[in-house]
Ligand binder design. Sequence first.
Ligand code: KIV
Length: 271
Amino acid sequence: MSAQGDFKKITTKTLQLMKDRGEKIGALTAYDFITAKVMDAAGVDLILVGDSLGNVVQGHETTLPVTMDDIVYHTKAVTRGVERAMVVADMPFMSYQLNVDEAFRNAGRIMKETLAGAVKLEGGRRVADRVWRVTEAGIPVMGHIGLTPQSIHQFGSYKQRGSSESERKEILEDAKILEEAGAFAVVLEKIPKELAKEVTERLKIPTIGIGAGAGCDGQILVTPDMLGMNKEFHPRFVRHYARLADECDRAFRNYLNDVKQLKFPTDEESY
Ligand code: KIV
């Protein structure tokens, strides 16, 4: 049976069961109530309130300006629209980097105020102590390795990671460290598909890939990207499942035309 009909509410246990059964996990990002509601009804298993909202909602070049208040605001909107999916809230830049206590306090605030089911943070060994402490308090944590956009100024580009032998080794080790620290799943972003498959086979916990090939336990895409909202942004790992930019453009122009030519509203559309 498909995951859609099989599970009433997706939890970390469900995701683990899906990996164990070899059932793929379908994840997407959402930032608002109505999108999350439609997504949840369609059967999406995991909804991430990603700090990609800095790019696709706020129009920033990077995810760095996103604040705790932004994540709390958007996650609250998303959880109001969701009954079944697991909602994961991204911990924004500088909400967990400073020290373990800061990470703990901010993860706690997200859980308390938003009703999310888990938090996500970027990095491997350097955040293992945060993952351990937050998990120990009963807050599920999702890891994120490979391309980690919050470190863009350190890396200097959004290029694929894990191509050199040293990066490959580091990613394999980081994945294992995150699992041992208590992470319930790990996002693998923009790494070679062979490496993602190897990580997936070595870990007991599920891997969720973005630009990491078909060997992961699940896939995630940034929703406005997969809906074709930004025609200029089309990296090879994004498949357009709709052409919403064109569709919206058509709707806006038709509406404008109708208003200016007195075709909208009609008497039937008035009180
Ligand atoms: O912020 C985000 O949307 C993410 C996904 C790309 C995994 O971290």
